[in-house]
Design a protein around this ligand. Sequence first.
Ligand SMILES: *Cc1c(COP(=O)(O)O)cnc(C)c1O
Length: 396
Amino acid sequence: MSEQMKNYIAEAEEALLHTYNRYQVVFDHGKDVHLYDMDGKEYLDFVSGIAVFALGYGNEEYNNALKSQIDKIIHTSNYYYNVPAIEAAKKMKKISGMDRVFFTNSGAEAIEGAIKTARKYAYLKDGKTDHEIIAMNHSFHGRTMGALSVTGNPHYREAFEPGIGNIKFADFNDPESVKAQITDKTCAILMETVQGEGGIMPATEEFLKGVRALCDEHGLLLILDEIQCGMGRTGYMFAWQKYGVKPDVMTSAKALGCGVPVGAFLMTEEVGQHSLVAGDHGTTYGGNPLACAAICNVIDQYEKLQLTEHVKDVGAYLYEKLEAVAAGHADITEHRGVGFLQGLVFDHPVSDIIAKALEQGLVLINAGTNIVRFVPPLVITKEHVDEMIEILEKSI
Ligand SMILES: *Cc1c(COP(=O)(O)O)cnc(C)c1O
């Protein structure tokens, strides 16, 4: 590593709050599915900024869409209409089948909006203010106080208690455990369709259908967090679309803007007509013209490139290859996931494997301490998978 890169890392540790144990690399630029550090070393990227840069780096069409929007106008206010936001909302309705969209700045903020929507919907029904939300153990929904309160990892929450209150936790993929938490105060059930940070765990069809049925039976809103598993990552625009169930409220972020910070929560017309109204919720930046120009271009390119089909195809190939890796190592206890959201579970921490891969020019990331997570840009090819597997084998 050059002196220059070492110095920058030292300066970072002096200036930035130490909330991350960072890997020892300063990335400088990217091209397609490769990243380059400031010394010019090339890396194959199987992280995409944690499920964000779906289209790969330096995508010319995307960059040009942003550049021309910058030259027009970057920001106005949600008190006025702007064309990119209108177009982005129409496109999101089309790909999700949901009816109403609110744009946010991040995933956590989308979760906040979804929680407020559920509480307001319940409040308008019975006038009470003691409603409960059921969330899942091992879930991850973000770091703001509301999102943290529904995150099923006590370790993340402990120092920051009390959270927002009236949150109960059930076991993912266990419909009986969810049923046991329902009371006459319950207003919503919140979960990721595929748990990401908490361990790359897809919902079983039985579970998702079971929870949908519980929601229908008890008049509860089903909120699906598609922030990581959505936007094509499982081979479907949104992961729930392959289960034949539909949420009442849904969140999106990460790949939605492919690098421009933006999220969204969406809902059905029924919920939209009976929840948040003028004065209930807002954001200064959320859905500004620049962010929405990004969303518009991202969705257009997904369609043009038929990315969901590509993910189904190459994702199945990745699955097959990782199955073989898992079979060859006694310390790999499980291989889970789907499409370009997969994980290898080890019986020991994986930080050394990830550091070794990085040394050899492959960017990987963990999920929890024991899982190597594979969340590459959606445009990777089978050749990239082969290249990744080769370095992965050497790193294990
Ligand atoms: C990343 C993530 C969030 C939080 O999104 P931020 O943009 O980091 O606030 C919420 N839910 C899931 C499932 C995520 O993966």
